[in-house]
Design a protein around this ligand. Structure first.
Ligand SMILES: Nc1nc2c(ncn2[C@@H]2O[C@H](COP(=O)(O)OP(=O)(O)O)[C@@H](O)[C@H]2O)c(=O)[nH]1
Ligand SMILES: [Mg+2]
Length: 332
C-alpha cells in the first residue's frame, strides 16, 4: 500500500550577499542543476514561481549547459522565487502492523533578490563608476538609493542569508571587508532600532560559502581538508566541520582586513554554518574526478567558457541547511 505525506511548503526568504563578481548570479543559475544532480535521502527538483523566475532558470541552464557560458551579470535587482520539492520513500508500519511504503514530500519556497554587486559597497566602487550612487545614504531619493533600500529591506526580512566569499578575488583585491561592512552596519542598525535582535544577535541565519573551490589556487589551499564523495563522480568536498577553519585561514592574510569579516559574522549572527562551494565544479575528463583538480573553464578568444559538464558542489546544501534550521525554530 502506498500513501503520500505532504508537508505544507514553508516560505523561506533567503538573501544573497557578497562582493561584485563573487558568483551570486551563477550560484542561483546553478541551483537547478544542483537539485537535479543531488545525491541524498531526498530527490529534489526546482521550479520557478512566476514567469520571470522560470525564464531566469531556463536561460541560465541553457547558458551553462548549451552555450557553456556564465549567466549574464545582473544590471538591476531581480526578485526571483523558486519552489524546491523533495521526495523520498519511507518504510513504515500501518495501524495493524503491516509494512507500508510511504512517499514523503517536503517543499520550500526560496525568495531571493539578486542585485548588482555595486550595491554592497555603499561608499566605493559603485560611487566611482556611477554618479547616481549615493555614498552610504539612505536619505536621498535617487533611483540608486531606492535599489539600496530594496536590498536592505530584503536582507532585513530574510530568515537566511547566503554569504559568498570569493578567495580568488580577495587574494587580488583584498576588499571583502570593504563590501561587507556597510551592509552589516545598516542591517545591525535597523534590527536594533526595530528591536528584532535575538539574544543580542541579528536574527538571520548565515550560510558562509567559500566559493570558486574549483579554482586552482583555492583547491590547492583546500587540499588538506578535502575528502572525496564515495559515489561517482567522486567529487572533492571540504566537510562542513572543517570549512569554518578553511574560511578563517583564507581570511587571515595579514595584508587584508578579511579577518574582520570572519569576526564580525561570528559576533553579529546567532547561527552560522560554513560551506566550500563551486557552482560549476571540476572538469571530469572520464566521468570521474581526478585529484589533480582539473579546471572546468577554458579561455577562448579572451572569453571564459565552461569546459565540460556542470557539477555544482555544495550549492543546494546551504539552502537545505538554512531551510532546516529555520523550520526547526518555533517562532520567527
Ligand atoms: N571558477 C569559478 N568561477 C566562477 C564561479 N561562479 C562564478 N564564477 C566567475 O565569476 C564571475 C562573476 O560571477 P557572477 O555570478 O556574475 O557574480 P556576481 O556579481 O556575484 O553575481 C563569472 O563570470 C565567472 O567568471 C565558480 O563556481 N567557479
Ligand atoms: Mg550578479
Amino acid at each position: 500500500m502506498n500513501a503520500t505525506q505532504h508537508n505544507p511548503p514553508g516560505d523561506i526568504r533567503i538573501g544573497l550577499w557578497g562582493p561584485p563578481g563573487s558568483g551570486k548570479t551563477t550560484f542561483l543559475g546553478a541551483l537547478y542543476i544542483a537539485a537535479t544532480r543531488h545525491v541524498g535521502p531526498y530527490k529534489w527538483f526546482m521550479t520557478g514561481m512566476d514567469d520571470p523566475s522560470e525564464k531566469f532558470l531556463m536561460e541560465s541552464v541553457r547558458l551553462m549547459t548549451h552555450e557553456r557560458a556564465f549567466p549574464v551579470a545582473s544590471e538591476a535587482p531581480a526578485r526571483l522565487g523558486f519552489r524546491f520539492t523533495g521526495h523520498r520513500m519511507v518504510k513504515k508500519r500501518n495501524a495493524v502492523g503491516m509494512p507500508v511504503e510511504r512517499s514523503e514530500v517536503v517543499e520550500f519556497v526560496l525568495d531571493v533578490l539578486d542585485v548588482p554587486g555595486r550595491l554592497f559597497s555603499g561608499t566605493g566602487a559603485g560611487a566611482a563608476a556611477d554618479p547616481d550612487f549615493s555614498p552610504g545614504g539612505l536619505a536621498s531619493a535617487s533611483p540608486r538609493n531606492h535599489e539600496e533600500e530594496q536590498l536592505l529591506d530584503h536582507l532585513l526580512h530574510c530568515q537566511g542569508i547566503v554569504y559568498l566569499f570569493d578567495p580568488k578575488r580577495d587574494k587580488e583585491s583584498r576588499d571583502a571587508y570593504y563590501f561587507f561592512q556597510p551592509v552589516l552596519a545598516r542591517l545591525a542598525r535597523h534590527v536594533l532600532t526595530t528591536h528584532r535582535q535575538v539574544n543580542g544577535h541579528l536574527p538571520q541565519r548565515v550560510a558562509v560559502c567559500v566559493n570558486k573551490f574549483d579554482e586552482e589556487d583555492v583547491y590547492t589551499e583546500a587540499k588538506r581538508y578535502v575528502v572525496q564523495d564515495a559515489h561517482r563522480p567522486h567529487m572533492p568536498r571540504v566537510p562542513d566541520a572543517r570549512a569554518a577553519e578553511f574560511f578563517q585561514r583564507l581570511c587571515a592574510d595579514p595584508r587584508s582586513n578579511s579577518d574582520l569579516v570572519d569576526l564580525a559574522l561570528r559576533n553579529h549572527f546567532r547561527e552560522l554554518n560554513y560551506f566550500v562551494t563551486s557552482s560549476i565544479g571540476f572538469y571530469l575528463a572520464d566521468g570521474r574526478f581526478r585529484p589533480t583538480g582539473e579546471r572546468n573553464i577554458e579561455v577562448k578568444d579572451g572569453k571564459e567558457r565552461i569546459l565540460g559538464q556542470v557539477h555544482p558542489i555544495n550549492v543546494l546544501e546551504p539552502l537545505l541547511w538554512l531551510h532546516d534550521v529555520v523550520r526547526k525554530q518555533e517562532k520567527w
